[in-house]
Structures are given as C-alpha cells and as structure tokens.
Design a protein around this ligand. Structure first.
Ligand code: AMP
Length: 119
C-alpha cells in the first residue's frame, strides 16, 4: 500500500483544508476532530507520510516514534486532561476501522469514557 497524498490529513498538512490547531512543531500537528466523540477530542499526526500505526512504528526511527508519543503525553498535560484522565486510540487498518490513511492518535477526554470497545 502506498501513501495517498490526497487523504484528508495530507490536505490539512498542506493547509488545503482548515483545521482547529492545538499544537504544532517541526514533526507533529495536533488539531480538534471535526466530529468529536467526547468533550475533548484531539487528533495528533506526524508530519511524515505514514499510513498507519503499523507503518509508523515499522518505518519511522525509534527516536521519531519516541518523540511523537512524548508529545502526545505533553499535549494531554498542557490542555489539562491528564489529572482526570483520557484515552488514546490508534485505529489501524481495516479491522481497526481506520478511515483516514495517515497515521493519527485520537486523544479523548472530558467525561467518563465508558467501555473500551463498543459492539
Ligand atoms: P479514524 O477512523 O481513526 O481514521 O479517524 C478519522 C477521524 O478524522 C474521525 O474521527 C473524523 O471525525 C476525523 N476527521 C475527518 N475529517 C476531518 C477534518 N477535516 N478535520 C478534523 N478531523 C477530521
């Protein structure tokens, strides 16, 4: 599978689509999910072209993967959700019901999130 440059998050990274930005640095972008499933629902994506969590952890360096997850944790602290808690999700591939083929982490918070898996 090759990376699709026309996926929604690639367009957001090129500023061809709008975003509600939470955080950005040289390697990552965090923005609000357009269809929030919790009071706080943020997406964190690497700027590199990785299709999925599997692609990212296979093909990005350990340093890049480590910095990415450090920043996910830092974002959660900075927006004030770490104390009450939150959930991170990486839908991956077909059975994981991944819709956008650019690796992303969901950060969901702001209420008791209930069961881990629906259905
Ligand atoms: P996933 O099913 O894990 O691939 O999640 C994709 C997520 O992207 C969904 O939660 C969508 O609501 C979200 N999404 C789709 N288009 C946009 C957009 N233009 N801006 C922000 N979030 C989006």
């Amino acid at each position: 599978m090759t990376y699709d440059n026309e996926n929604i998050f690639a367009k957001i990274l090129r500023s061809e689509l709008p975003k509600s930005k939470v955080f950005e640095d040289a390697e990552i972008l965090a923005f609000h999910d357009i269809s929030p499933q919790a009071p706080t629902h943020i997406l964190v994506i690497p700027k590199g072209e990785y299709i999925s969590f599997d692609d990212f952890t296979t093909n990005a360096s350990d340093e890049v993967v480590g910095r990415f997850f450090s920043r996910v944790g830092k974002i959660a602290q900075d927006i004030g959700i770490a104390e009450n808690g939150y959930r991170i999700i990486a839908n991956t591939g077909n059975d994981g019901c991944q819709e956008v083929p650019h690796f992303h982490i969901h950060i969901c918070a702001g209420k008791k999130l209930g069961r881990m898996l629906a259905d």
